[in-house]
Design a protein around this ligand. Structure first.
Ligand code: FES
Length: 476
């Protein structure tokens, strides 16, 4: 469990004059940040000389020379992400049932409050109550339980939505970006190029719509991952989602936490939660944010003033030098990292090269498959073209006996053939796609959630396995 004990009290904002401090960094770039979770940019070992913008904004605790005081204008989010909504947010749905009662038994008796029940996904659907554009291609969806139950989860976890599209149910896991013990649950979702579910949600899900979901899960969370009082949260692109939940929860419940947050994005327009991070900066002296932007053109207009601190940012890419200069006390911190696979590998390498104690290093990558279109195309090849290497897939329990393309994703093959397997994270970290190879072999890139005994028995993670030869599969 976390070393931090949540309380129900939120510290009042500590607003005061923020100042700017030039950052003198002489580092060069190693990895490449990207805002695409699904298609991480390649990580280069070549260092690029970043044009280090020296705008250091932060909370008043820094003794820095005051610079520009131009007022930061909030981004104008007046563009549409999907066809169903052209506004930043919409009114709550009227489809929700009445909340549970809180009542008093009179002056002479203590006030009796009925604690809200915990949300049960098996019985209660989620109802969309708000849509908010975060960037041009990412959107936050806020849900309430149809029975007004409270959402209990561990900061950093995800929920798997069951989305029915054209009569077929698709399961996708999305990280939670809100804090626990509230009656609303916020998911922040980035469009995936050619992605079936993410684009469908952005284009079709409207206020009042209901969705079924599976249990909230995920081992990457600040409750189960023991952490020090000093933390370094690192994210890139949409990987900011679970990390933001961790940061907000710690800030709300643990004023002693020393939280540094490094977020990487392509440019200012691709920074998810920019305004929200500014608000947190203004409220919490124990919270610092650095933005590392590949391209900061135009970002110089963001500066600090007495009312509205802006975010520290630099131009460049994550590198050992940048990390060491920004966080000289790195070894005293616990790292929580989330982003595209290539980005995360670069940060992991940096940590290892810095002799960081990897027992204090926690990471998670959600890299969902674009969708099943690729597999559909492969299926067409199988049926019409003879020069594609094929193998046989058998799933006796579901009467599947089919010729498939060798090298295909086992998860997509099972999904496309009606096998009710759940691919939640699609990145080999959640374990939801566990299945058993009873005959034949697959090539696997991850067995992270499997025990040695399960591996011995033939279990694999379908999302991380490709079909190599004739194969017989069972779900248990
Ligand atoms: S879908 Fe999560 S491990 Fe495969």
């Amino acid at each position: 469990m976390s070393s931090n004990t949540p309380s129900s009290t939120l510290s009042p904002p500590a607003l005061s004059s923020p100042v700017l401090k030039p950052l003198k960094l002489n580092s060069t770039g190693l990895g490449q940040s990207t805002t695409s979770k699904e298609k991480p940019a390649p990580v280069s070992s070549k260092l690029q000389a970043p044009t280090l913008s020296t705008l250091k904004l932060s909370t008043p605790k820094l003794s820095s020379p005051k610079l520009s005081t131009s007022k930061l204008s909030p981004p104008k989010l007046n563009f549409a992400l999907g066809g169903s909504s052209s506004t930043k947010s919409e009114k709550p749905s009227s489809k929700l049932s009445a909340p549970k009662l809180s009542f008093s038994l009179g002056k002479s008796t203590p006030k009796v409050t009925i604690a809200p029940a915990a949300w049960s996904p098996s019985t209660t659907p989620l109802v969309l109550v708000k849509r908010e554009l975060e960037t041009h291609d990412s959107m936050s969806f806020t849900f309430a339980a149809a029975d007004q139950a409270q959402f209990d989860f561990k900061p950093g976890q995800f929920v798997t939505l069951a989305v029915n599209i054209d009569g077929k149910t698709h399961y996708r896991a999305y990280s939670i970006s809100s804090v626990p013990q509230q009656k609303q649950l916020r998911l922040t979702i980035k469009r995936v190029p050619d992605g079936l579910v993410s684009n469908w949600l952005a284009d079709n899900l409207t206020i009042g719509d209901s969705l079924s979901a599976l249990n909230i899960a995920g081992q990457f969370n600040s409750s189960d991952c023991k952490h020090k009082p000093k933390l370094l949260l690192i994210s890139a692109g949409c990987g900011i989602t679970p990390v933001m939940s961790i940061a907000k929860t710690l800030l709300a419940h643990n004023s002693d936490a020393d939280i540094e947050f490094l977020h990487c994005a392509r440019d200012k327009d691709n920074v998810i939660f920019h305004d929200e991070m500014q608000t947190l900066l203004a409220q919490h002296k124990n919270f610092n944010v650095q933005l590392l932007l590949e391209n900061s053109d135009g970002f110089a207009s963001f500066s600090a003033n007495t009312d509205n601190p802006s975010l520290s940012h630099q131009t460049g890419m994550v590198s050992s030098e940048v990390i060491q200069q920004l966080y000289p006390d790195l070894k005293q911190r616990t790292i929580f990292l989330c982003g595209p696979v290539g980005f995360m590998k670069a940060v992991e390498n940096i940590a290892q090269e810095s002799d960081f104690d990897m027992a204090n290093f926690f990471q998670e990558s959600f890299t969902p498959a674009a969708d099943n279109k690729q597999q559909d195309q492969l299926s067409l090849k199988v049926s019409g073209v003879s020069d594609v290497a094929t193998v046989m897939l058998y799933v006796p329990d579901f009467s599947v006996e089919k010729k498939v393309v060798q090298g295909s994703s086992l998860l997509e093959l099972l999904e496309n053939n009606g096998v009710p397997i759940i691919g939640a994270c699609r990145a080999g970290v959640c374990g939801s796609c566990k299945c058993k190879i009873t005959k034949g072999e697959v090539k696997s890139t991850s067995s992270e959630t499997l025990t040695a005994a399960e591996i011995e028995q033939g279990f694999v993670l379908a999302c991380s396995s490709t079909v190599d030869g004739d194969l017989t599969v069972a779900l248990s």
